[in-house]
Design a protein around this ligand. Structure first.
Ligand code: HEC
Ligand code: HEC
Length: 294
């Protein structure tokens, strides 16, 4: 057989053994990538004029201007008419420790000027009223209804201005991939990347984030409860807080979109794992096709 004829005979074989599997491989890798990374490019609005004033005026209770609306975070306006009811609830449930005017006592800290978000976080997560002042307050079923909590908040906020207002987060304007990277740099050291929580130094622990609502997550970030640092607007913008909240919310009920959950470590990481598994599958498929061609 001449060299030319041998080459000609080999060509179809080469096509089947190398080119076909390679083509299948590229196609499959593309499909895998597309299927696993749908959220990386989520739409986001970054219009600075929509960001409001972070609610740091303390004037909402008196009819000040809450954020302009349409931004990733809007601020709850408290109702001045609920102050008398809030005062009654405060005197019955809080004043023995915090004092009649929330000015603080030897048993508990001053609450004046902390802001509506701080009061709301501690009461709505059930941390307050506190049963045992010697241990770290924990998340438990709240004692008060939403309107009672807002009334207590209105009373305390009426005593002194200041502090952040109650944030409501619009998750549709938040970016999940951005939130994951902000969470990994700012929060994961204490709460772990899955939000499961962890023990910190000297008996303090960073709790699991699974029970927190979107408002409570934003409140924790802005007010820094207990041993958690406070992230003010110079550290994280409202947009970035909303992004982080979206990621924590995603950890609670990961949106798998029909894919296989990989420990819910986050969309970007899962995307990479997906690509590697995809490529591996593709190579196996290539070998199988190549094997059959023999
Ligand atoms: C048994 C005493 C006690 C009662 C009752 C109580 N608290 Fe507290 N509260 C504390 C103590 C002690 C702390 C500090 C706890 C800590 O830092 O972990 C605290 C902390 C707080 C904080 C956080 C303050 C800060 O500087 O961040 C808020 C807000 C608060 N309480 C609100 C309330 C409200 C509102 C009520 C009533 C619904 C209430 N508490 C009832 C003892 C009490
Ligand atoms: C230095 C450690 C540390 C860092 C960093 C940290 N936290 Fe925390 N976090 C804590 C601790 C401690 C608590 C519990 C506070 C308490 O109850 O006294 C907490 C509480 C919370 C809670 C309340 C959970 C509940 O019980 O409902 C949320 C939500 C939260 N953190 C979110 C975040 C987010 C989001 C970030 C990043 C922007 C972050 N934390 C960064 C230590 C930390």
């Amino acid at each position: 057989m001449s060299i030319e004829r041998r080459r000609a005979a080999k060509l179809p074989n080469l096509k089947r053994r190398v080119l076909l599997p390679a083509a299948v491989g590229v196609a499959a890798a593309g499909i895998t990538t597309l299927a696993l990374l749908p959220q990386a490019g989520a739409a986001q609005s970054n219009n600075p004029s929509d960001l409001g004033n972070y609610g740091y005026t303390g004037s909402y209770i008196y009819g000040g201007t809450p954020s302009k609306g349409g931004g990733p975070i809007t601020y709850e306006k408290l109702n001045p008419a609920s102050i008398p009811y809030g005062k009654t609830l405060f005197l019955e449930n809080c004043s023995t420790c915090h004092g009649v005017e929330a000015q603080g006592t030897t048993r508990a800290p001053n609450l004046q000027g902390l802001g509506a978000a701080t009061i709301d976080f501690w009461v709505s997560t059930g941390r307050m009223p506190l049963a045992d002042p010697t241990v770290q307050a924990v998340q438990k079923p709240p004692r008060f209804s939403r309107s009672q909590t807002l009334a207590i908040d209105a009373y305390v906020s009426s005593l002194a201005p200041g502090g952040p207002a109650i944030p409501n987060v619009n998750l549709t304007l938040a970016n999940l991939a951005q939130g994951e990277s902000l969470f990994s740099t700012n929060c994961a050291a204490c709460h772990t990347i899955t939000g499961a929580g962890d023990a910190l130094a000297s008996g303090v622990f960073a709790p699991s984030l699974m029970a927190a609502t979107t408002t409570q997550i934003a409140e924790a970030v802005r007010t820094g409860p207990g041993n958690m640092p406070r992230f003010g607007p110079n550290t994280l913008t409202d947009q970035q807080v909303a992004d982080v909240v979206k990621y924590v919310d995603y950890l609670k009920a990961p949106n798998d979109r029909g894919g296989i959950a990989i420990g819910h470590v986050g969309p970007v990481t899962e995307g990479f794992v997906g690509i590697i598994i995809g490529l591996g599958t593709v190579m196996l498929a290539g070998l199988w096709i190549g094997g059959r061609a023999k």
